[in-house]
Design a binder for this molecule. Sequence first.
Ligand SMILES: NC(=O)c1ccc[n+]([C@@H]2O[C@H](COP(=O)([O-])OP(=O)(O)OC[C@H]3O[C@@H](n4cnc5c(N)ncnc54)[C@H](O)[C@@H]3O)[C@@H](O)[C@H]2O)c1
Ligand SMILES: [Zn+2]
Length: 336
Amino acid sequence: MKLHMNLGEHSYDIILERGCLAKLNEYADLSHKAMIISDDNVPQKYIDTIAAQCREHVVHIVTHGEQAKSMASFQEICADLLEHQFSRKDLIIAVGGGVVGDLAGFAAASYMRGIGFIQVPTTTLSQIDSSIGGKVAINFNGVKNVIGAFYQPTLVLADPETLNTLTTRHYINGLVEALKAGLIYDKTLLELFETGDIENHIDEIIAKALMVKKAVVEQDEKEQGLRKILNFGHTIGHAIEADNHLHDLYHGECVALGMPYFIGDTLLKERTRSICQKLGLPMKVETNHKAWIDLMKNDKKADHDTIDTVWVNEAGLAEIKQMSLKEIAALLEASK
Ligand SMILES: NC(=O)c1ccc[n+]([C@@H]2O[C@H](COP(=O)([O-])OP(=O)(O)OC[C@H]3O[C@@H](n4cnc5c(N)ncnc54)[C@H](O)[C@@H]3O)[C@@H](O)[C@H]2O)c1
Ligand SMILES: [Zn+2]
């Protein structure tokens, strides 16, 4: 399947197809120098498949995990690009999950004020969500994604075959972003989670989730309004994630824990919880409301003492509501 992201001069294609990893050169001009950025947990065979199609390439590997989205990794990439004399005509290819995509994308956005950037997402989370939409960032001083840019890739190449080597926990983790997409925009996607066998329907789930993200980002590339609905579950999810020294939960798992707080309809809340249970997601976390509220103050989405929260009261329909931190604190207490 080929989707076209319509963003004027920032438009690009998204290829979602089994086996497409070996066909990158059919979709992209690989005649310039390419830096393949990946991490040390991504199977080497994917990097080799991409490298074999490039005329000239350099491979840059970071240590896996969220800590790779750091200023230090960013500097090392820039040093490597300079050392290998990369010019504005050359490109960066991110092969891996959201960590690699966010880091490599930020380097691509910054180096020489922007060089070519291709996303080859290899996790469910990155195929469903992070590789499209153009948000790229690193973490700084303990604040997630605080230094970043809107920088659209020139191509996204998602091969669902690569998901076969993912751990079950990472596989499920990424599906939460699809569940979110269903809740905020596409009730048929939500129903698919309820009725279908997940693994047999994975291509359809990714495709439907991509279509939601495409539709939303096309209407509001820079998050002035509508795009905020993609943050559903993330207000509390990000706080849980930042408070992670206590548990060590993944991004999607934190979002799954954060979503029910903002579902107004009791039945829909129950349906969502049942899906999370079916997926084997963590259903409970040690609550630390005061710390979460403090962390929300640091979140980029907080404007002084208020936050634009996203509510879903009917399947497939999201609403943005401005809430004070005090109101959110009360909501947390009430859901104890
Ligand atoms: N830019 C955005 O719009 C956006 C959206 C959502 C999340 N994110 C970011 O994405 C990040 C999380 O991404 P993630 O969940 O993909 O995690 P990740 O990038 O850390 O990948 C998870 C793990 O799987 C390994 N891996 C990757 N592909 C593999 C494969 N095919 N087989 C085996 N192992 C593989 C990685 O090496 C890593 O150890 C977070 O930093 C989050 O902030 C960004
Ligand atoms: Zn997310």
